[in-house]
Design a binder for this molecule. Structure first.
Ligand SMILES: Cc1ncc(COP(=O)(O)O)c(C=O)c1O
Length: 410
């Protein structure tokens, strides 16, 4: 729980009128349970780092030779190194920065897919994987196999691997579902695929910063994650990991200036420059760097997450007439449904009556809902963080119980 600060984020009342934003006028307590979308609040250290960078340095990275430009370069290089070390990458050159997880995943997919390739995905993937692949089905004759998931959105490793053919170019598996929090068997799949020529791309959007994520342990060739979720960075941050064995053949999919080899109309061959055209979001990466410096040991964070997840699941499962869709893993992400109450109405009641901020609908995951039986209207998703207090968890459980009882008359 946190008192909402009514200080301006846009100090312009006309703007507020235009967008109907009354947050400044009606401060209230916020119970934020939408961490699977983005983490909030960001720490004071993150906020200060961003403000200080923009006030005292504020220049583009990778372009100038003057002192401030070198400082901007240094912070980018440092952040790259920190991420490489956190995920056990062989070198910082394996890490490229992107505007969000979606872009990182798109760059990863387009970097390796060729005409007529076969790709295997799970039905639990996010649209940031499914949409670019679907586009390639029509534009590049891609053959796509979607492996269904179980009732809690979990992938069965054997079933997934059975869909991989000798010439399958790539398998894509999310590390955890953003709908049910189910942790997927990426390491098991990675172990088997290592013996084959099939590449493995992991979407670690829901796990990077929440539990240990090691590209070695997972056996992945590519891994993408935003910085604005569990690792506590600001929006506008993400990375893509590309295994060194792929660096030479990896194809850029966005083209433009890199601050290097400007005489050439071709993208530089070097990684990560060939994947980073255009200015990087240096203020956001500075904030992300500050967030990464505050990350605790990820094994202990996993334990914290596990206890938050267990309390949330158990509390919600004890409510009569409430359907709960949740994996057993360490992530506090849970989907809910009540018969006769659309998730959007459920979310609106929690927001207006209890100050609880949650998300309703399909959660940008088009295919998982037909596997878990929520394809009509989706679910209400409650997502906490490792730092959510017991009292806030109890408050959300009690509030959901009250709404459920009122709606179902139980
Ligand atoms: C599992 C998963 N993959 C990818 C993404 C896309 O990340 P971004 O919102 O940073 O583009 C999300 C975001 O919600 C996600 O939950």
């Amino acid at each position: 729980m946190r008192e909402k600060k009514v200080d301006h984020w846009v100090n312009d009342s006309e703007f507020d009128d235009e967008i109907g934003c009354d947050n400044k006028m009606n401060p209230r307590q916020r119970f934020y349970f939408d961490h699977a979308a983005t983490s909030w609040p960001k720490s004071e250290k993150v906020l200060h780092a961003m403000i200080e960078f923009m006030r005292d340095c504020g220049v583009a990275a990778g372009r100038g030779g003057y002192r401030s430009a070198v400082e901007a370069d240094q912070v980018i290089a440092l952040t790259r190194k920190v991420i490489a070390s956190l995920i056990d990458a062989a070198s910082a050159s394996c890490i490229s920065f992107h505007a969000n997880g979606t872009t990182a995943l798109n760059v990863g997919i387009h970097g390796v897919i060729r005409n007529g390739d076969h790709v295997v995905v799970s039905a639990a993937e996010h649209n940031s994987v499914l949409r670019p692949l679907d586009d390639l089905v029509s534009k590049r004759n891609l053959r796509l196999t979607v492996v269904p998931v179980g009732a809690e959105g979990e992938v069965d490793a054997d079933r997934f691997l059975a869909a991989v053919e000798p010439d399958t170019r790539m398998a894509v598996l999310t590390h955890a579902s953003n709908v049910t929090g189910s942790l997927q068997p990426v390491a098991e799949v990675g172990r088997h695929l290592r013996e084959t020529s099939t590449l493995l791309l992991c979407d670690a959007a829901q796990t990077f910063g929440a539990i240990p994520v090691s590209v070695k342990d997972l056996g992945v060739d590519l891994l993408a994650a935003p910085g604005h979720k569990c690792s506590g960075g600001p929006l506008g941050t993400a990375f893509l990991y590309v295994d060194p064995n792929l660096h030479d053949e990896f194809q850029p999919s966005v083209f433009g200036g890199t601050g290097s080899q400007s005489e050439s109309l071709k993208m530089p061959e070097e990684m990560p420059s060939k994947l980073e055209p255009g200015n990087l979001n240096v203020p956001a990466i500075v904030g992300w760097s500050a967030a990464l410096s505050e990350l605790p040991d990820l094994k202990s964070r996993e334990i914290q997450n596990q206890s938050v997840a267990a309390m949330l699941r158990e509390g919600l499962r004890s409510i009569d007439n409430l359907k709960v869709y949740a994996g057993e893993g360490p992530l506090p992400v849970v989907s809910l449904a009540i018969d006769d109450l659309p998730p959007s109405d459920f979310a609106a009641i929690l927001d207006s009556e209890f100050g609880i901020e949650v998300r309703a609908g399909l959660h940008c995951a088009a295919l998982i809902h037909s596997c878990i039986g929520t394809q009509e209207v989706g679910t209400l998703r409650i997502s906490a963080s490792s730092m959510t207090s017991e009292s806030d968890l109890q408050y959300v459980i009690d509030s959901v119980k009250q709404v459920t009882q009122e709606v179902t008359g139980s």
